[in-house]
Design a binder for this molecule. Structure first.
Ligand SMILES: [Zn+2]
Length: 275
């Protein structure tokens, strides 16, 4: 049984500041270790339920935040340029997807909230519902027929995922107070909860209790940017329509292709970010 783990970083217990998520420095080193131990806990729980093969796709920042020789028996996809970004290397040979250490969308009060790029994207709606990165990434899982079984992070992150993944196991490791503060579980308790949640999630996949992402096709991603220039730049993309001065609507029957168009928009708008 094959498991795909997309690991972000802002959603780990104890992490509340960018300094813990961006190197170099001791705060970042601490953040990496908090993340690593949560990822290893998720892998351990999944293995206890029968997973034999794990791929961890590092999905945060420079996408190389984990020590490859301390990830248990997982393969590791890392590096700063990946066309499929947070979902690189997922295909239909996998049986389940985990989202570990995820965070809330830009407009939410989740810890370190943002949607792909905090300096470009103000809000994304998927088929009319505001979505964080989990819903957007769910397009790829849907396209490859793989259920999303587990998400970990603060309470906002779990709530935002529910409309698209009604069956998934959510593990809340901290309560967001504001965008830059939270009450976290003791990290050891968070890891135990993740281990247990991962075990339960895989058992539910095996029992056929976790359906595919609930996203109707053709799907539309409405992406609102911080500036009108960014929306204008993205107008020529496949399936794009200008839906407002700062907003484009991307529509496609193929969820994987829609995700690719979205990540292309994200890459393009980096050229227009201030500073
Ligand atoms: Zn991140």
């Amino acid at each position: 049984m094959r498991l795909f783990v997309s690991s972000d970083m802002e959603g780990s217990a104890g992490i509340v500041d960018w300094s813990q998520c961006r190197g170099p420095g001791p705060a970042y080193e601490e953040g990496c270790e908090l993340l690593r131990r949560e990822v290893v806990s998720a892998i351990g729980g999944a293995q206890a339920a029968g997973v034999t093969d794990v791929l961890v796709n590092d999905s945060h920042g420079v996408m190389a935040n984990l020590p490859p020789d301390r990830l248990g028996a997982a393969s590791y996809c890392s590096g700063r340029h990946k066309p499929f970004y947070m979902m690189e290397r997922l295909d239909s040979s996998f049986h389940a997807v985990f989202f570990v250490s995820y965070h809330g969308s830009m407009g939410s009060n989740g810890v370190l909230s943002h949607t792909y790029n905090p300096r470009a994207v103000s809000e994304v709606r998927l088929n009319g519902t505001v979505t964080g990165e989990s819903g957007i990434n769910g397009l790829v899982a849907l396209g490859h027929n793989v259920p999303v079984a587990l998400i970990t992070g603060d309470q906002v992150t779990i709530e935002e995922a529910r409309p698209f993944f009604p069956d998934l196991v959510g593990v809340t490791v901290k309560q967001a107070v504001t965008r830059f503060s939270a009450e976290s579980l003791p990290p050891g308790e968070a890891r135990s909860a993740i281990h247990e949640g991962a075990r339960k999630a895989i058992e539910r996949v095996r029992a056929g209790e976790i359906g595919l992402p609930r996203i109707e096709l053709p799907a539309t991603l409405e992406v609102s940017f911080l500036t009108a220039d960014m929306a204008e730049l993205c107008e020529p993309l496949r399936g794009a329509e200008r839906a407002g001065s700062r907003t484009i609507a991307l529509t496609d029957n193929d969820p994987v292709r829609l995700f690719r168009t979205f990540t292309t928009a994200i890459a393009l708008t980096r050229s227009l970010v201030d500073l």
